[in-house]
Design a binder for this molecule. Structure first.
Ligand SMILES: [Zn+2]
Length: 210
Protein backbone atom coordinates (compact mmCIF):
# COMPACT_ATOMS: atom_id res chain seq x y z
CA UNK A 1 0.00 0.00 0.00
CA UNK A 2 1.17 3.51 -0.73
CA UNK A 3 2.32 5.26 2.40
CA UNK A 4 1.23 8.81 3.12
CA UNK A 5 4.76 10.24 2.89
CA UNK A 6 5.30 8.49 -0.41
CA UNK A 7 1.99 9.74 -1.82
CA UNK A 8 2.87 13.28 -0.70
CA UNK A 9 6.27 13.15 -2.42
CA UNK A 10 4.46 12.11 -5.61
CA UNK A 11 2.27 15.23 -5.72
CA UNK A 12 4.91 16.85 -7.93
CA UNK A 13 4.95 15.15 -11.30
CA UNK A 14 5.77 15.45 -14.96
CA UNK A 15 2.81 17.04 -16.70
CA UNK A 16 3.32 15.15 -19.98
CA UNK A 17 4.23 18.34 -21.85
CA UNK A 18 7.75 18.90 -20.58
CA UNK A 19 6.68 20.81 -17.47
CA UNK A 20 5.98 20.08 -13.83
CA UNK A 21 2.49 19.61 -12.42
CA UNK A 22 1.94 20.30 -8.74
CA UNK A 23 -1.16 18.60 -7.36
CA UNK A 24 -0.96 20.92 -4.34
CA UNK A 25 -0.95 24.28 -6.12
CA UNK A 26 -3.80 25.76 -4.11
CA UNK A 27 -5.63 25.09 -0.82
CA UNK A 28 -8.57 23.67 -2.81
CA UNK A 29 -6.36 21.24 -4.71
CA UNK A 30 -4.69 20.20 -1.48
CA UNK A 31 -8.07 19.47 0.08
CA UNK A 32 -9.11 17.44 -2.96
CA UNK A 33 -5.87 15.45 -2.78
CA UNK A 34 -6.24 14.94 0.93
CA UNK A 35 -9.71 13.46 0.56
CA UNK A 36 -8.18 10.73 -1.59
CA UNK A 37 -5.70 9.81 1.13
CA UNK A 38 -8.05 8.26 3.61
CA UNK A 39 -6.54 4.73 3.42
CA UNK A 40 -2.91 5.84 3.98
CA UNK A 41 -4.03 8.31 6.67
CA UNK A 42 -6.02 5.60 8.42
CA UNK A 43 -3.02 3.32 8.14
CA UNK A 44 -0.93 5.74 10.19
CA UNK A 45 -3.51 7.11 12.58
CA UNK A 46 -5.37 3.89 13.28
CA UNK A 47 -8.66 2.44 12.18
CA UNK A 48 -10.58 5.35 13.69
CA UNK A 49 -9.32 8.72 12.51
CA UNK A 50 -9.23 11.64 14.96
CA UNK A 51 -12.74 13.05 14.93
CA UNK A 52 -12.21 16.30 13.04
CA UNK A 53 -9.96 14.72 10.44
CA UNK A 54 -12.32 11.77 10.06
CA UNK A 55 -15.35 14.03 9.58
CA UNK A 56 -13.44 16.13 7.14
CA UNK A 57 -12.52 13.12 5.04
CA UNK A 58 -15.98 11.62 5.17
CA UNK A 59 -17.37 12.31 1.70
CA UNK A 60 -20.89 13.20 2.87
CA UNK A 61 -20.03 15.16 5.97
CA UNK A 62 -17.14 16.97 4.33
CA UNK A 63 -19.38 19.70 2.95
CA UNK A 64 -21.27 20.41 6.14
CA UNK A 65 -18.30 20.10 8.46
CA UNK A 66 -15.45 22.01 6.88
CA UNK A 67 -13.40 21.60 10.05
CA UNK A 68 -10.05 21.59 8.43
CA UNK A 69 -8.55 24.99 7.72
CA UNK A 70 -7.71 24.49 4.04
CA UNK A 71 -5.04 27.22 3.88
CA UNK A 72 -3.20 25.93 6.92
CA UNK A 73 -3.48 22.33 5.73
CA UNK A 74 -2.07 23.39 2.36
CA UNK A 75 0.90 25.24 3.91
CA UNK A 76 1.64 22.32 6.20
CA UNK A 77 1.44 19.73 3.43
CA UNK A 78 3.76 21.74 1.18
CA UNK A 79 6.21 22.24 4.07
CA UNK A 80 6.18 18.56 4.96
CA UNK A 81 6.57 17.63 1.31
CA UNK A 82 9.80 19.63 1.11
CA UNK A 83 11.14 17.77 4.13
CA UNK A 84 10.06 14.36 2.81
CA UNK A 85 11.55 14.96 -0.63
CA UNK A 86 14.80 16.19 0.94
CA UNK A 87 15.02 12.95 2.92
CA UNK A 88 14.08 10.82 -0.10
CA UNK A 89 16.76 12.60 -2.14
CA UNK A 90 19.35 11.40 0.35
CA UNK A 91 17.91 7.92 0.65
CA UNK A 92 17.96 6.96 -3.03
CA UNK A 93 20.68 4.74 -4.34
CA UNK A 94 23.08 5.57 -5.82
CA UNK A 95 22.71 9.12 -4.57
CA UNK A 96 20.82 10.51 -7.55
CA UNK A 97 17.98 12.70 -6.29
CA UNK A 98 15.01 13.62 -8.41
CA UNK A 99 15.85 16.60 -10.57
CA UNK A 100 13.07 19.05 -9.79
CA UNK A 101 14.30 20.06 -6.36
CA UNK A 102 17.84 18.66 -6.36
CA UNK A 103 19.38 22.13 -6.47
CA UNK A 104 17.33 23.52 -3.57
CA UNK A 105 17.05 20.69 -1.10
CA UNK A 106 16.34 21.44 2.51
CA UNK A 107 19.28 20.82 4.85
CA UNK A 108 19.25 17.30 6.25
CA UNK A 109 19.08 18.50 9.88
CA UNK A 110 16.13 20.81 9.11
CA UNK A 111 14.25 18.05 7.29
CA UNK A 112 14.86 15.60 10.13
CA UNK A 113 13.72 18.12 12.72
CA UNK A 114 10.51 18.86 10.82
CA UNK A 115 9.62 15.21 10.39
CA UNK A 116 10.50 14.30 13.99
CA UNK A 117 8.72 17.32 15.50
CA UNK A 118 5.58 16.67 13.46
CA UNK A 119 5.57 12.99 14.41
CA UNK A 120 6.16 13.92 18.04
CA UNK A 121 2.85 15.75 18.13
CA UNK A 122 1.10 12.45 17.55
CA UNK A 123 2.52 11.19 20.82
CA UNK A 124 2.86 7.47 21.31
CA UNK A 125 0.81 4.42 20.47
CA UNK A 126 -1.13 2.66 23.20
CA UNK A 127 -2.58 -0.77 23.31
CA UNK A 128 -6.36 -0.82 23.66
CA UNK A 129 -8.61 -3.80 23.98
CA UNK A 130 -12.17 -3.64 22.72
CA UNK A 131 -13.07 -7.11 21.47
CA UNK A 132 -9.50 -7.45 20.26
CA UNK A 133 -6.13 -5.77 20.88
CA UNK A 134 -5.35 -2.76 18.71
CA UNK A 135 -2.98 0.16 18.66
CA UNK A 136 -4.27 3.70 19.16
CA UNK A 137 -2.37 6.96 19.13
CA UNK A 138 -2.44 8.95 22.34
CA UNK A 139 -2.54 12.25 20.47
CA UNK A 140 -0.62 15.23 21.78
CA UNK A 141 -2.85 17.70 19.94
CA UNK A 142 -6.48 18.08 18.89
CA UNK A 143 -5.58 20.27 15.95
CA UNK A 144 -6.43 18.32 12.77
CA UNK A 145 -3.77 20.15 10.74
CA UNK A 146 -1.08 19.22 13.25
CA UNK A 147 -2.37 15.66 13.28
CA UNK A 148 -2.16 15.64 9.52
CA UNK A 149 1.46 16.84 9.58
CA UNK A 150 2.14 14.32 12.31
CA UNK A 151 0.75 11.50 10.20
CA UNK A 152 3.04 12.54 7.33
CA UNK A 153 6.01 12.69 9.72
CA UNK A 154 5.25 9.29 11.23
CA UNK A 155 4.76 7.80 7.78
CA UNK A 156 8.12 9.20 6.62
CA UNK A 157 9.87 7.78 9.69
CA UNK A 158 8.34 4.36 9.18
CA UNK A 159 9.15 4.34 5.49
CA UNK A 160 12.76 5.52 5.84
CA UNK A 161 13.53 3.17 8.72
CA UNK A 162 11.73 0.22 7.09
CA UNK A 163 12.65 -2.39 4.50
CA UNK A 164 11.11 -0.50 1.54
CA UNK A 165 13.71 2.27 1.69
CA UNK A 166 16.19 0.07 -0.17
CA UNK A 167 13.85 -0.05 -3.14
CA UNK A 168 13.44 3.74 -3.34
CA UNK A 169 14.63 5.20 -6.64
CA UNK A 170 14.42 8.54 -8.42
CA UNK A 171 13.23 8.11 -12.01
CA UNK A 172 16.13 9.10 -14.31
CA UNK A 173 13.89 9.95 -17.30
CA UNK A 174 14.29 13.47 -18.62
CA UNK A 175 11.99 15.86 -16.74
CA UNK A 176 10.45 13.11 -14.63
CA UNK A 177 10.51 14.04 -10.96
CA UNK A 178 9.08 10.89 -9.45
CA UNK A 179 10.34 8.74 -6.66
CA UNK A 180 9.25 5.13 -6.99
CA UNK A 181 9.70 1.74 -5.39
CA UNK A 182 11.68 -0.61 -7.57
CA UNK A 183 9.75 -3.89 -7.90
CA UNK A 184 12.44 -5.66 -9.87
CA UNK A 185 16.23 -5.03 -10.03
CA UNK A 186 15.93 -4.38 -13.77
CA UNK A 187 13.29 -1.69 -13.36
CA UNK A 188 14.89 1.62 -14.32
CA UNK A 189 11.90 3.92 -14.90
CA UNK A 190 9.00 4.88 -12.68
CA UNK A 191 6.51 3.81 -15.34
CA UNK A 192 6.32 2.24 -18.81
CA UNK A 193 5.45 5.73 -20.13
CA UNK A 194 8.81 7.11 -18.93
CA UNK A 195 10.68 4.11 -20.38
CA UNK A 196 8.99 4.54 -23.76
CA UNK A 197 9.61 8.28 -23.84
CA UNK A 198 13.28 7.77 -23.07
CA UNK A 199 13.64 5.09 -25.76
CA UNK A 200 12.06 7.43 -28.31
CA UNK A 201 14.33 10.30 -27.18
CA UNK A 202 17.44 8.13 -27.47
CA UNK A 203 16.43 6.89 -30.89
CA UNK A 204 15.82 10.48 -31.99
CA UNK A 205 19.16 11.68 -30.59
CA UNK A 206 21.00 8.86 -32.39
CA UNK A 207 19.31 9.70 -35.67
CA UNK A 208 20.00 13.42 -35.43
CA UNK A 209 23.61 12.77 -34.37
CA UNK A 210 24.22 10.29 -37.20
ZN1 LIG B 1 9.44 8.66 -14.55
Amino acid sequence: MTTLAFALAATIKHDGHGGIADLLSTPEESVAWLREQKPPLTHVLGPVLPTDLGRFLHPIRAEILPNLDASRAWCELVRMRRAVRALFARAVAPGAPSKVDADRLMELDDALRMVNDAAGRLGTTRLEWVDEPRLRWAYQTEDPVELLAGAVGRSAIEFLSGPDRERLRACPAARCVKYFLQDDPRQTWCSPACGNRERVNRHYRKRTAG
